[in-house]
Design a protein around this ligand. Structure first.
Ligand code: BDP
Length: 612
């Protein structure tokens, strides 16, 4: 659990960020592991940490590399830390990594979007430079999460083919930190919140390795720093009079401070931000604090120029500002968990989040290289499409997905911004065997969230109403639909709204809330055309009107998240022009006409919306 509690400095804990320029080397001949590069690299180049390594250099070799890359840096560890447990912690490394310190393996992790840490006690040289070497691998397969495959060409060149529509950015994507923690310490906190009238309740459970005679106490402070409740012991309930609830657009946060004391001396201390709110699905309503919430916002990506998927607080803050400007109240972390620092911003700003695992590409369609548009051609029962019939998918793939769920829920369970978990994006649920697969996925996920939030997965266009074999497991129906773009594009778009409304009427009979988690049209910023044509800014606006007509016609629709917040990078190919252009904003975060259009619509839709 050491990795999941976010690193914070307190009187008992020390944190040192070791991000910066590290040494870097591509392992083109795949020799690093056998030739002990773990002991030190030669002939290196510079690399920014955190960042994706792909878009910084000018060579294709670097951008399109398949396989291992190596990083190295040196860190001074002070002897003042001798009595502590010292860890190195990575916010994420995509998709798998192994870490050595002074030649000793300290951590290995599979999964590109989760933190992991290694204990250094046995290999540290105090008050000297310690060599940190990391190998990161970007390969994907049918049973990894996300899915993809490696193509091999006659000349020996290998290429990772993602089965998803975003660039397979790789590298050390999030900050790297040294942590010096007390030997007796808190290792996990779980909070469950509720309220009755004006009284808030926070149930807490702590995990800690306690020394003899230890006293554990927790104190809850309000946003002004005034203590409002306290309790002792590793489990209990705190009551807050005149509670300030965490609400969409108003992320009121309390701080739960845990202290472990022995003979009056504090041995560990840790603060956790807590938002008091409830989430529930009732019939076709999605209730936050018992009020029917309407989701307005986007599916996003962690994606920007040069950085790729690398963490950047400037981009995150700009995105939050734009989200406020456009009157959005929510987003989905499509198609993988975002940086912890992003989630903290969302907590603070009251941005409602659908938190998604990295399960994307659970279909056969991209294998032939047909791309998203060509992909669907044979869907809906063709014998060639049998992703969920593969035995290794049912075993290894399922195990990898469960692990991704377990880790995500552990990392994000306490965030008030998270109101629902999305377990997969667009799996091929037109296949019968997806039923049993998702039965197991949902059953497992239901054991993993202490707050029992609603669970969903995102349904794709080729498993429309009447053809989906897995929606029965979900609490909320989430739909990605492209009426007027991938189908009924161009002149037929005039009827797209009606066709969409017809499908929605079918889904509405399920008696569950429906959220449209994707709808969008590729649009080149600056291209204007009267009358409109596909790819022009005018077309994107007209397309939106068709979609909104459909949403407004269906009482069970409780949210709309347009695809995408901003233009983003993808694999190269004939249906992508330097990336996916469905953004309301450009990749450098300036508005298209559609952004102004959405802003006006969303200003008129309240966060809490009673439909009939
Ligand atoms: C959906 C995917 C999303 C794509 C989008 C698109 O969920 O990742 O980027 O379509 O085609 O299939 O733009």
């Amino acid at each position: 659990m050491t990795a999941f509690l976010y690193p914070q400095e307190t009187m008992t804990r020390r944190v040192k960020d070791i991000s910066g320029i590290w040494r870097f080397k591509l392992d083109t001949r795949n020799e690093g592991r056998v030739n002990d590069w773990k002991d030190g690299l030669t002939d290196t180049t510079d690399m920014a940490v955190p960042s994706s390594y792909n878009d910084i250099f000018t060579e294709k070799e670097m951008r399109d590399h398949c396989g291992d890359v190596w990083y190295e840096t040196e860190v001074m560890i002070p002897s003042e830390w001798k009595d502590k447990d010292v860890f190195v912690r990575f916010g994420s490394a995509t998709h798998q990594a192994t870490v050595w310190v002074n030649g000793v393996e300290v951590a290995s992790h599979v999964g590109g979007y989760m933190p992991f840490a290694g204990l250094l006690n046995d290999c540290i040289k105090f008050d000297q430079k310690n060599k940190v070497v990391v190998v990161v691998n970007n390969e994907l397969s049918r049973t990894t999460i996300p899915c993809g495959h490696v193509a091999e060409y006659e000349d020996g060149v290998r290429e990772v083919k993602p089965w998803f529509d975003f660039f397979n950015y790789a590298g050390i994507h999030r900050p790297v930190k040294l942590m010096a923690l007390p030997k007796h310490r808190l290792s996990d906190i779980t909070v469950i919140t509720d309220f009755e009238g004006t009284v808030g309740k926070v149930d807490y459970t702590l995990e800690a390795n306690l020394p003899d005679g230890a006293q554990v106490s927790v104190k809850l402070y309000d946003a002004q720093g005034t203590p409002v409740a306290e309790h002792t012991g590793v489990k209990g309930q705190l009551k807050v009079e005149n509670v300030n609830l965490w609400k969409p657009g108003d992320g009121y946060l309390y701080t739960l401070e845990t202290s472990i004391e022995v003979d009056g001396a504090i041995v560990d201390q840790y603060p956790l931000e807590v938002g008091i709110r409830t989430v529930k699905v009732e019939g076709t309503k999605f209730l936050i604090n018992n009020e029917p919430f309407y989701f307005k916002g986007f599916g996003k990506h962690e994606d920007s120029d040069h950085r790729g998927r690398g963490y950047d607080p400037v981009v995150n803050l700009r995105d939050m500002e734009l989200m406020d400007w456009i009157n959005a109240n929510s987003m989905r972390t499509s198609h993988y968990p975002y940086a912890e620092e992003f989630m903290q911003l969302a907590n603070r700003r009251g941005l409602v989040v659908i938190d998604e695992t990295p399960a994307v590409g659970q279909w056969d369609m991209m294998i032939s290289g047909g791309g998203i548009a060509g992909a669907g051609a044979g869907a809906g029962g063709s014998e060639k499409l049998k992703f969920f019939d593969n035995e290794d998918v049912q075993t290894e793939g399922l195990a990898a997905q469960k692990f991704a769920i377990e880790e995500l829920f552990k990392r994000d369970k306490n965030h008030p911004c998270v109101v629902m978990w999305s377990l997969s994006n667009e799996p091929d649920t037109s296949q019968e065997s997806s039923n049993e697969y998702f039965r197991q996925v949902f059953e497992y996920a239901r054991t993993q969230d202490p707050q029992n939030r609603p669970l969903t997965f995102v349904n794709f266009m080729m498993a429309p109403y009447g053809k989906c074999h897995a929606h029965q497991h979900a609490d909320v129906i989430c739909l990605n639909r492209y009426y007027g773009w991938y189908i009924m594009g161009g002149i037929e778009m005039r009827d797209a709204g009606k066709a969409f409304a017809k499908e929605l009427a079918g889904w509405a009979t399920e008696g569950k809330p429906i959220i449209i988690t994707e709808y969008g049209a590729d649009t080149t910023a600056g291209v204007h055309k009267l009358p409109s044509v596909q790819w022009s800014e005018e077309y994107q606006v007209e397309y939106l009107d068709q979609q909104h007509f459909a949403f407004d016609s269906c009482d069970a629709v409780v949210g709309e998240q347009m695809w995408n917040f901003a233009d983003f990078q993808t694999w190269e190919g004939i249906i992508r022009m330097d990336g996916n252009k469905k953004g309301a904003f450009t990749r450098n975060r300036q508005p298209k006409m559609a952004a102004h259009h959405l802003r006006k619509r969303w200003a008129k839709i309240p966060d809490f919306k009673y439909k009939k």
